[in-house]
Design a protein around this ligand. Structure first.
Ligand SMILES: Nc1ncnc2c1ncn2[C@@H]1O[C@H](COP(=O)(O)OP(=O)(O)OP(=O)(O)O)[C@@H](O)[C@H]1O
Ligand SMILES: [Mg+2]
Length: 378
C-alpha cells in the first residue's frame, strides 16, 4: 500500500468514527439502555484508530505483527455487537471498516477468523437481545461482504505492486544493457587505441635508446601522434553513437571507407544494395565495429591491397562483406605499419559482439581474397 493510500484509509476511518460518535451520542443520548456497550465499542474503536498507524508501521517493519489482528478482532467484535443492540445500528459502519481491513491487511486465514468473530458477536448479540427486523440476517452478511471486498482490494494492490516491480525491473535491465554497451565501447575504442599507442611509444623509445636512430624514432612518434588523433576521433564517434547521434549506417560505412583510403593510401570501394532500413542501434554498432576491425586488419595483414566493402539489406538479415586481395599474390610488397595489438583477438571480439545479436561472422581466404562476412538478423 502506498503511503498516500494508507493515509486515505486512516482518514476514512476517522470520518466513520466521528460520524458514528455524533449520531450515537448526540442523536440518541440519553436514554439508551445499552449505552454501555456503545461506549465500550466507541472507546475501543478510537483507541484502535489511535494505535492503527503505529501498529501498521510496526507490522510492516516485521515487529509486533500480532498487534494488528488483535486490534481488528477486538474492534470488529465489539462494533458488531454494538450494531446489534436496538439503538446501535450506526456501529455497523465501524464494523464494516474493521472487516474491510481484516480482508485487506491480514493473512487470509487470520482475516477469516477475525471477520467470523465479528459475525458471531453480531449474531449472538442480536439473538440474545432479541433485536428484530433485518439486523440478525443483514448485519452479519454486510460484515462478510466487507471482508470479501477487503480481499479484493488487497488483490488489486498486490497486482499493482507486481506491475510496479516489473516496470522497475525492466528499467534496471535497460540500464544494465546500456552500461554493458558503454563498457564494450570503452574496451573496444579506448583500450584498443591506448594499447596501440603505448606499444608505438615503447618502440620509439627503444629505437632512440638502443639504436640512437633519431629519424626512425621521429617517424614512429609521428605515427603515434596519428594513432592518438584517430583514437580521439573514434572516442568522439563512440560518444555520438552512445548518445544516439549517429549517421545512417551506409553513410557511416562510406565515411569509414573514405577515411581508410586517405589514411593508408589504399583504394577502398563501397556498395550498398537492397532496401535500406534503419536497424537497432546495437546492430548498427556491431556492423560498424566489424567494418572497423576488418579495415584495420587489411592495413595490418595485407597493406596496400585494394579493399571492397559491400552492405546488403536482405529480407531476413543485413550482410556486410569486406574483401581484400591476399598479400603476396598481387600485392605491391608494402610492409605492414601496424602490429598485432591484443594477441589476435580482434575478430574474436567482433564475433562475440555479433553472436550477442544472434548474428554470425565468417572469415577466411577465398581463392586470392581474404573475405570477412558479418550477418545480423533484421
Ligand atoms: N585482411 C586480412 N588479410 C589477410 N589476413 C588476415 C586479414 N585479416 C585477418 N587476417 C588473419 O587473421 C588473423 C586474425 O585476425 P584478428 O583481427 O583476429 O587478429 P590480429 O589482427 O592479428 O590482432 P588484433 O586484431 O587483436 O590486433 C590475423 O592474425 C591474420 O593472420
Ligand atoms: Mg585485427
Amino acid at each position: 500500500m502506498t503511503p498516500m493510500l494508507r493515509w486515505a484509509n486512516f482518514g476514512v476511518r476517522v470520518v466513520v468514527i466521528v460520524f458514528v460518535g455524533v449520531f450515537t451520542f448526540v442523536a440518541r443520548w440519553p436514554g439508551a439502555a445499552d449505552v454501555a456497550v456503545e461506549i465500550a465499542a466507541l472507546t475501543v474503536s478510537t483507541v484502535v484508530l489511535a494505535v492503527w498507524v503505529p501498529a501498521d508501521r510496526l507490522a510492516s517493519a516485521g515487529n509486533y505483527s500480532g498487534l494488528r489482528p488483535f486490534a481488528l478482532a477486538v474492534m470488529v467484535a465489539l462494533c458488531g455487537a454494538a450494531s446489534a443492540t436496538p439503538k446501535g445500528g450506526f456501529f455497523i459502519l465501524l464494523g464494516v471498516t474493521a472487516a474491510i481491513a481484516a480482508g485487506s491487511d491480514l493473512d487470509f486465514r487470520v482475516g477469516v477468523v477475525v471477520a467470523s468473530l465479528g459475525i458471531v458477536a453480531t449474531e449472538v448479540t442480536a439473538l440474545a437481545l432479541g433485536t428484530g427486523g433485518s439486523v440478525p440476517v443483514e448485519y452479519p452478511l454486510v460484515l462478510g461482504l466487507s471482508f470479501v471486498f477487503g480481499r479484493n482490494m488487497r488483490a488489486h494492490w498486490v497486482y499493482a505492486d507486481q506491475a510496479n516491480q516489473l516496470r522497475e525491473e525492466q528499467a534496471r535491465v535497460a540500464t544494465l544493457d546500456e552500461r554493458t554497451r558503454i563498457a564494450r565501447e570503452i574496451h573496444d575504442v579506448l583500450a584498443h587505441s591506448l594499447g596501440a599507442l603505448g606499444l608505438q611509444i615503447q618502440v620509439a623509445r627503444a629505437v632512440l635508446t638502443d639504436q640512437h636512430d633519431e629519424a626512425r624514432a621521429v617517424e614512429l612518434l609521428e605515427q603515434a601522434q596519428r594513432m592518438a588523433t584517430d583514437g580521439l576521433n573514434e572516442t568522439r564517434r563512440a560518444i555520438h553513437a552512445l548518445r544516439g547521434e549517429t549517421l545512417p549506417l551506409p553513410a557511416s560505412l562510406a565515411e569509414l571507407g573514405a577515411h581508410h583510403q586517405r589514411r593508408y593510401d589504399t583504394r577502398v570501394t563501397f556498395e550498398v544494395s537492397g532496401d535500406v532500413r534503419p536497424l537497432s542501434p546495437d546492430a548498427e554498432l556491431a556492423i560498424t565495429r566489424t567494418a572497423q576491425e576488418a579495415l584495420v586488419n587489411t592495413a595490418k595483414h595485407a597493406p596496400g591491397q585494394p579493399v571492397k566493402i559491400q552492405l546488403e539489406y536482405a529480407e531476413a538479415d543485413i550482410k556486410l562483406t569486406i574483401r581484400n586481395h591476399l598479400q603476396g599474390n598481387r600485392g605491391d610488397g608494402r610492409q605492414s605499419l601496424l602490429a598485432t595489438v591484443n594477441g589476435g583477438y580482434g575478430l574474436t571480439g567482433v564475433r562475440e559482439r555479433l553472436l550477442l545479436l544472434h548474428g554470425a561472422l565468417s572469415v577466411g581466404a577465398q581463392d586470392d581474397d581474404w573475405v570477412v562476412v558479418a550477418k545480423v538478423p533484421r
